[in-house]
Ligand binder design. Structure first.
Ligand SMILES: Cc1ncc(COP(=O)(O)O)c(C=O)c1O
Length: 388
């Protein structure tokens, strides 16, 4: 069935974090990373069935839950994992927190690659650890890894954990096998465990392929924990359902215990059915979504190229998040974000939220109808034109 992603869904007054953040009628949210599209029909049907049952008591995981995760890896990423490796968590953020707690002690250091998803920083500092930054290098077109710097930092004996974002939010890179292997080998050499956050693994554009970090070699598999979730892929973030994939039995037991201590391993009665339906029946929906998002991406890029010459937009290889270089403007990205919010009701995220290296950039979520995205771009254009 052909899905019409141009058909918008009104999300106002639905307790949406994205849309109901304030009551301004003209507010156009292009900030937090969820989509304005309805979930696949199969997911909605599964949840309706669950609602109709009418009893929402404590839940347990059926085999079908684990089988759905395993088979999704295989059919989408040609990677075979074992059912036993799969553990539940009520979101990737709780997983990040638990992993930092379980594998470091206060005062240790955690390595991240900035600019990067801000909760890597938060999970680290909440765990009483210090953030060590391996800044990604922007070569004018895309970001690359400074391996010498990475190795220097990983060699610090206090660095116990590296949090990898693959694909990368916000810079849109899909890391290649060679890059991942090199990072992984450096971490092994210096006894640094790798937390691979692969929540964006399914949102990869034509010409690119997600390489699961753990799939590279047995050595890297045994030195890592991978986080996944159907939340970004199928717009299910509110179901609070994610998984941690851990082949190393010692790590798995440690993490399980920490998730238990944190109360982050209890299933959500809707999340179970939602994940099973999404992974078992959502592939066609996802294929269509990717075509639509790629169209949005390309439209966004040509709009900026033609009408906003002072801005430079990176071509994301994955994710529905556009990373826009605003450093040629006479104001900071923070001032620009504030102006856009105040003058045009356009809410996006200032790149500085993702670390010092993100300053001068803005992040815009384009997982909305093309019409709405164009409206956002026009608002951006009015403000930028008034500055320059
Ligand atoms: C890299 C990354 N990890 C984790 C999350 C949040 O995951 P969850 O909603 O499952 O806690 C996000 C959300 O944007 C993200 O981009």
């Amino acid at each position: 069935m052909k899905i019409n992603f141009d058909e918008g869904t009104n999300r106002k007054n639905t307790n949406s974090s994205k849309w109901d953040i304030d009551q301004r009628p003209d507010m156009l949210p292009m900030w937090v990373a969820d989509m304005d599209f309805k979930a696949p029909a199969a997911v909605i049907r599964a949840l309706e069935k669950r609602v109709q049952h009418g009893v929402f008591g404590y839940a347990r995981f059926p085999d079908a839950y684990y089988e759905a995760e395993v088979s999704w890896w295989e059919k989408r990423h040609q990677y075979r994992i074992q059912k036993e490796w799969v553990g539940f968590t009520s979101g990737v953020i709780p997983a990040l927190t638990a992993i930092v707690q379980a594998f470091t002690k206060p005062g240790d250091k955690v390595l991240i690659q900035s600019p990067v998803y801000n909760n890597f920083n938060t999970a680290t500092t909440n765990g009483g650890c210090e953030v060590v930054i391996n800044e990604l290098k922007f070569n004018g077109d895309r970001y690359e890894i400074d391996f010498d710097d990475f190795e220097r930092k990983a060699a610090d004996e206090q660095v116990k954990l590296f949090i990898l974002c693959n694909p990368h939010n916000p810079v849109g890179r899909v890391w290649g096998r060679d890059e991942l292997e090199r990072l992984g080998e450096i971490c092994l050499a210096h006894n640094v465990i790798v937390l691979a956050d692969e929540i964006h693994r399914d949102l990869v554009f034509e010409g690119h392929r997600h390489v699961p970090f753990a799939s590279i070699s047995e050595r890297l598999l045994m030195n890592s924990i991978t986080c996944t979730s159907p939340s970004k892929t199928f717009n299910l973030a509110g179901l609070k359902t994610a998984n941690v994939i851990t082949a190393n039995e010692e790590y798995r037991e440690k993490l399980k215990r920490q998730l238990h201590i944190n109360g982050a391993q209890e299933p959500n009665v809707f999340g179970i059915d939602g994940l099973i339906a999404a992974y078992n029946e959502g592939e066609d929906w996802l294929n269509q979504l990717l075509v639509y998002l790629q169209g949005n991406r390309d439209h966004f890029i040509s709009f900026v190229e033609q009408r906003l010459p002072k801005l430079k937009v990176l071509v994301p290889e994955a994710t529905y998040l556009m990373w826009v270089d605003c450093r040629e403007l006479d104001i900071t990205s923070e001032e620009l974000s504030k102006k856009l919010d105040e003058e045009e009701g356009l809410r996006l995220i200032d790149g500085g939220v993702y670390g010092e290296a993100g300053k001068g950039f803005i992040r815009m979520n384009i997982a909305c109808t093309r019409a709405l995205m164009t409206e956002g771009l026009e608002r951006l254009e009015r403000v930028v034109n008034a500055i320059s």
